[in-house]
Write a protein that binds this ligand. Sequence first.
Ligand code: PMP
Length: 391
Amino acid sequence: MKGFEYLQLELDAMKKEGTFRQLVPLESEQGSKVIVKGKEVIQLSSNNYLGLTSHPRLRQAALDAVEKYGAGTGSVRTIAGTFTMHNELERKLAEFKHTEAALVFQSGFTTNQGVLSAILSTEDVVISDELNHASIIDGIRLTKAARKVYKHVDMIDLEKALIETQSFRKRLIVTDGIFSMDGNIAPLPEIVELAEKYDALIMVDDAHASGVLGKNGRGTVNHFGLDGRVHIQVGTLSKAIGVLGGYVASTKSLVDYLIHKGRPFLFSTSHPPAVTMACMESIDVLIEESELIDRLWENTNFFKNGLKQLGFKTGISETPITPVLVGDEALAHQFSDKLLEYGVFAQGIAFPTVAKGLARVRTIVTAQHSQEELQEALRAFEKAGTALGII
Ligand code: PMP
């Protein structure tokens, strides 16, 4: 069918410059090793931090939920799609995050969009770190509020933005807790101090920090001992939690407001029973099996040090997300392809996900990896990095 020649032209240009990507289908379940193109490779590209996607307790919870409640829910939450299990999951999340209330959305992406678009108006301003996740950027695009972007984790620039915006009704500072491409942690204690000094609200997206930082993986707010001083915590149920969905944890009034005004909540069908029950089980696992988090950090330190010793540049990472910086877009993809040839699945990440000239292969270790697997992965990095002149 004719009509999309203009898109094909762009795709052809991407193919020419080496940035066109095919999706890589996994032929096995998610894990420390996966099957790609018929070959077993070490998985260093997932967000499955604790290996919970295939945890026996989550599998069983999902199976039991299907048996008892069926496959779907048949409605949006506000019509007939709220089951007691949805409310129970929200109660558990609020308890876990030490907040009054929580509300679940279809994904972390829609949570950011739903929260930001609902709570800000023309009298308000949102002040956002320049490297915040795309879902925050898109959420901000949906608000009628004024916008300011501060330089990445630059507290002088944030303070400048706060000084310049004193006439607004509400100022909302938004930051990722752990930044998804560089793996650094937001300077939350300093952000909280500035917010308190200038009477601003704070929203933290802990998509990559929940299950990773803080007691039992409660996230950056808990990690820094800032419980009760951050107004809005957003998270995902799809990364360390291992399933699917997003949530906001905050006050009861914010949650009640979002039930009435959060558009993805209002107009999109609720989570199926298997997803909801598996998420609940996952929170119990975080509480009862905290050794998984210890193992994640042991693996992180082992692998990050190994990469550094080989001479790779890993930037400012402080968490299980470790970028291996190469700069050139096409080289990042070649590096990723070479790694796959040598038995490691680690995705090349280039513009527009990261700025031009900052292309990289991003690695994420999990609690599931054995030291032997990580050692084997380091050998593959050494071979591929040497072959391409990166080290
Ligand atoms: N926020 C951040 C910081 C993320 O990295 C992601 C996932 N890529 C999201 C939100 C979106 O979460 P989800 O995958 O649940 O939509």
